[in-house]
Design a protein around this ligand. Structure first.
Ligand SMILES: Cc1cc2nc3c(=O)[nH]c(=O)nc-3n(C[C@H](O)[C@H](O)[C@H](O)COP(=O)(O)OP(=O)(O)OC[C@H]3O[C@@H](n4cnc5c(N)ncnc54)[C@H](O)[C@@H]3O)c2cc1C
Length: 463
């Protein structure tokens, strides 16, 4: 889990928990991911940056300078971000204040804002296989190649994994939501579960509340939607015409595919003793990186926290990209049969690449499809989030938290800066600050607000 360290400014999960008086015990993960790639390229991303770089250089000695320069650029961005107090980039008083305090860092970020990792990698690296590796590094974050991954997003994760490191919360990641929820309730919040919002209530064009599927209505000064922008504007907000800003968002971004997930309990004896927690497998063909079912992600949390499974067993979470179109129009029987068939193929691939005997060691198995993601997360087509339609201008086109509808804000992975827990937490912090300013809890200047929001809107139209 990113964002869970005890240092810097990007440990947003630690900060969010602290804000509600909670702290979780974490286990440091010695490796972020073990890549198993075509031509038997195996790269372990060690927590220690120097060890990772030494390992990568040992595989590509002729690219030593390029490797150091590319990851060095990532550090420039990460260090700039990490030195700022992270708040809303839509709030001009804060933004100008940060600029006065840290002009170099702000200019660094502004310079890289419209750039993508793939272009920067190509400035320093020539070996196509190493560029493929950088694609895989980006793909596991954004589900697209490096040319389509904004440099700022890539830098956040490619460096935080070494700076703060990957830390696993003892008891499982579900504990984060529980700790946050308990902390919020202690601070006086009310959280409703099984509360399915069907409508954002509008009065004279302003968002004033929400209506639930069971008919209950709640009114408020602001409404913040954590649904994707496609769900917020396609389902929850009933307007005749999509606001221009949202049309622009949909011009630049499409919905990324969803995932097929297999959760398994296996006998511990099937895993070699020093198996890493996270793996990414692309067996034989780089061209399959972005193709549905082409690559496999695997996490084994019990490697870090054995208390999660009964003694002598491990938990495997295996997932691969999959589109909802593949799962539509099937009878229940055919749907169940297809789940078995597809899962079986993935398990066989893991068996031949990593763990011989895997299939016969299974004691529990549950398969989820894009439909499962759609149902349980209420995400349009079960999507992983926005994916650039073409080559984007970095993050320039990504909308922030305010929307064209007065009183309505969006938060989450279809807002700046995108997918991933650390990015989504950043979007939450930004949104809270903008809302606090609009409600009068923070200093604000309506004239500067109009000017900045207008400027950001214009940037998005040229992205
Ligand atoms: C298989 C998989 C593995 C991943 N692994 C990692 C990883 O290792 N590291 C990492 O950083 N990121 C990872 N991610 C990405 C990360 O989980 C997401 O980017 C992040 O959870 C998105 O957060 P969000 O708040 O935008 O959306 P969500 O997590 O989807 O949360 C939205 C919430 O809103 C609720 N909601 C939606 N509509 C309504 C409605 N109408 N009424 C009421 N409630 C509603 C949903 O129930 C949901 O709880 C992974 C994602 C997947 C699918």
């Amino acid at each position: 889990m990113f964002g869970f360290s005890d240092k810097g400014n990007l440990n947003l999960i630690t900060q969010a928990l602290e804000a509600v008086g909670r702290r979780m015990e974490v286990v440091p993960d010695p490796t972020t991911v073990h890549f198993h790639l075509p031509d038997d390229l195996s790269v372990l991303v060690h927590r220690e940056y120097s060890e990772f770089i030494a390992e990568l250089i040992s595989k590509f000695p002729h690219e030593k300078e390029g490797i150091n320069k590319f990851y060095g650029e990532c550090w420039k961005i990460f260090n700039a971000l990490n030195s700022l107090e992270l708040k809303s980039l839509e709030e001009p008083i804060y933004l100008f204040g940060q600029f006065l305090k840290k002009p170099l860092e702000c200019l660094t970020l502004a310079y890289y804002l419209p750039q993508n990792a793939g272009n920067i990698a190509r400035k320093f690296i020539k070996d196509p296989k190493l560029l493929n590796f950088i694609d895989a590094e980006c793909f596991i974050v954004s589900t697209v190649n490096a040319l389509q991954t904004p440099m700022i997003n890539a830098s956040m994760v490619l460096c935080d994994r070494h700076f703060g490191g990957i830390n696993y919360p003892v008891g499982g990641v579900g504990g984060i939501a529980k700790a946050l929820a308990n902390g919020l309730v202690d601070k006086g919040s009310l959280i409703l579960y099984k509360a399915n919002v069907t409508n954002v209530i509008l009065e004279q064009g302003k968002a004033v509340g929400v209506r639930l599927a069971d008919g209950r209505e709640f009114f408020s000064k602001t409404v913040i939607s954590n649904a994707t922008r496609w769900d917020t504007f396609g389902k929850l907000v009933k307007v005749d015409d999509l606001p221009e800003d949202e049309k622009n968002f949909q011009r630049i971004y499409v919905k990324a595919p969803s995932f097929l997930s297999i959760h398994m309990g296996v006998k511990a004896s099937v895993l070699p003793p020093d198996t890493d927690c996270h793996h990414f497998i692309l067996e034989d063909d780089w061209a399959k990186l972005e193709v549905p079912y082409g690559s496999i992600f695997l996490s084994i949390p019990t490697v870090l926290d054995s208390s999660l499974a009964p003694e002598g067993h491990h938990i495997l979470h295996i997932f691969t990209t999959s589109c909802i179109e593949d799962w539509k129009g099937l009878s229940v029987k055919d749907y169940e049969a297809k789940k078995e068939l597809v899962a079986d193929k993935i398990i066989k691939r893991l068996e031949s690449k990593l763990f011989p005997g895997l299939k016969s060691s299974i004691v529990f198995k549950e398969v989820g499809t894009p439909k499962t993601h759609r149902r349980f997360l209420a995400r349009n087509n079960g999507t992983y989030g926005p994916m650039p339609r073409n080559i984007p201008k970095g993050l320039l086109g990504m909308p922030f938290n305010t929307t064209a509808i007065d009183g309505l804000y969006c938060v989450g992975d279809s807002c700046f800066p995108g997918q991933g827990v650390i990015a989504v937490a950043f979007s939450g912090v930004m949104c809270a600050h903008r809302v606090a300013a609009d409600l009068g809890f923070e200093k604000r200047s309506p004239i500067l607000d109009t000017a900045l929001l207008g400027l950001l809107k214009w940037f998005r139209t040229i992205a």
